[in-house]
Design a protein around this ligand. Structure first.
Ligand SMILES: C[S@@+](CC[C@H](N)C(=O)[O-])C[C@H]1O[C@@H](n2cnc3c(N)ncnc32)[C@H](O)[C@@H]1O
Length: 444
């Protein structure tokens, strides 16, 4: 959200904080941010409040705070007598929220501080009220932070890794990581053609741009999906442009059995079921069927799609019938999605990348057992780190004799030694890696 948009919320913030709401936006936002700093994804923590009247404001407060965490943190640290990370976690979140409003809204400073102090009392941190008040009153939004982490709004380990993996493109990647992610729609052409859907958008005066993919458009300004035409009719799915690419690499024959491995929340399961309506699709995830599958319950289940639970590092879930096509959208650092998920930069650490790479290789080796001879496996991550991408595929290739790389080209991104990479630049799409391999007959 831009500064201009944020100022539109000032009146609302005043109104929401003065009203008879059970909990003020600052109270709820501090609770949400506390859970995020303790490890819950921001998207999930916010989703628990999706029916709240204050959801737009909560979204703004939480996303802006996480997006600018490092500069807010430094400005606060410079004026706090105690290290910020040694404070009670809820007090720290209240300070960050206060700083966010002083920095990114035009709410009068005394009012912003008063709201945060009131929220502290409601949370039960009455004794911290004077500390919060004293620090926020000294806060100076005009001071430019000196640390590299604060300038790029990224942890140092990520700055170093991005520089090392992409020496000539790192500045563009840094810039995009702080921007707001674009909102792209995949038009469900089994329900409506893309051109007719574009007419609907034009009639509703919603502006958009064509993309490199025929059936995807990007909205000029993100908005609530339920306000878009055709939401009830499943005319579209909200799906990042790069995230739409791997399903096209599956190229199944009509009778082929497809496994969507690591499928929750089901964005790509939904796409597979839309694009290949006659193929049986099993979508497995280690998470149970619950709200994490919300993308599917949003728009109704598909006949050809089964949602199942299983740990795909084992074969205990497998019925013994091989799959002809497997999409492995592996758990990863999410480093290609920092503008969409700004909490990742704060909650992940460097060791998580190596752990993810180990799990990715384990999943690849295990899923190879359930792939039919001559079958195709598409591996993808929403990471831009070499360690989770080409490096994992290189190890996988080195461990087995029965793999052939299947080359391909995509409309966005560039080739890598073993696959294809899109980078999050120019606010057009996320960073994704893709590789495609075939199981050779000879050693199957
Ligand atoms: C990148 S997300 C998948 C996103 C999904 N494909 C989509 O498009 O909506 C990775 C998923 O891997 C799942 N996962 C992690 N470890 C797993 C395991 N051992 N077995 C099965 N799923 C696993 C996580 O629960 C998470 O939902």
């Amino acid at each position: 959200m831009s500064l201009r948009q944020s100022t539109d919320l000032v009146g609302y913030l005043k109104m929401a904080s003065n009203s008879t709401r059970r909990h003020s936006p600052n109270f709820l936002a501090a609770k949400i941010l506390t859970r995020v700093l303790q490890g819950q994804p921001l998207e999930d923590a916010l989703y628990e409040h999706h029916e709240s009247k204050d959801i737009a404001l909560l979204t703004f407060l939480c996303y802006t705070t996480m997006r600018h965490y490092y500069s807010l943190h430094q400005r606060l640290s410079d004026i706090s007598h105690r290290p910020l990370d040694q404070l009670d976690i809820e007090v720290k979140c209240l300070l960050l929220l206060g700083a966010c409003q002083l920095q990114y809204s035009t709410l009068p400073a005394p009012l912003a501080v008063a709201h945060v102090v009131t929220a502290a009392k409601k949370i039960g941190k009455t004794s911290a009220g004077s500390l919060i008040n004293a620090i926020l009153r000294r806060y100076d939004a005009a001071i430019e932070p000196s640390l590299e982490e604060a300038s790029y709004e990224l942890p140092q380990w990520m700055i170093d890794r991005i520089r090392s993996d992409y020496p000539s493109e790192s500045d563009e990647i840094f810039q995009t990581s702080t921007a707001r992610a674009p909102m792209t729609l995949r038009i469900n052409v089994s329900e409506i053609s893309c051109s007719v859907y574009c007419d609907l958008l034009q009639k509703s005066k919603i502006s958009f741009e064509q993309t490199a993919l025929d059936n995807a458009i990007t909205l000029t300004k993100p908005m609530s999906r339920s306000k878009l035409p055709g939401y009830e009719n499943s005319y579209f799915c909200v799906q990042d442009l790069a995230s739409q690419l791997p399903v096209s690499l599956l190229e199944p024959q009509p009778e082929h059995r497809i496994l969507d491995a690591c499928a929750a929340p089901g964005v790509k399961s939904r796409q597979i079921a839309d694009v290949f309506p006659n193929n049986p699709v099993d979508a497995y995830d280690i998470k149970p069927q619950c709200s994490t599958w919300n993308i599917l319950t949003d728009t109704g289940n598909k006949q050809n799609l089964q949602l199942k639970q299983g740990d795909l590092t084992t074969t205990s879930w497998w019925d013994g019938t091989h799959y002809d096509r497997i999409l492995l959208d592996a758990p990863c650092s999410g480093s290609g999605t920092l503008s969409r998920h700004p909490d990742i930069k704060v909650t992940r650490n460097e060791a998580d990348v190596s752990q993810a790479a180990e799990l990715q290789l384990k999943l690849l080796n295990n899923l190879w057992n359930v792939l039919a001879p001559n079958g195709i496996l598409v591996y993808c991550t929403c990471s831009i780190f070499f360690e989770e991408n080409d490096s994992v595929v290189a190890k996988f290739l080195a461990e087995r004799q029965d793999i052939a790389i299947e080359p391909f080209e995509l409309p966005i991104g560039r080739p890598t030694p073993h696959g294809w990479q899109t980078l999050p630049k120019e606010q057009a799409h996320d960073g994704f890696f893709f590789a495609r391999v075939r199981k050779q007959y000879s050693n199957a």
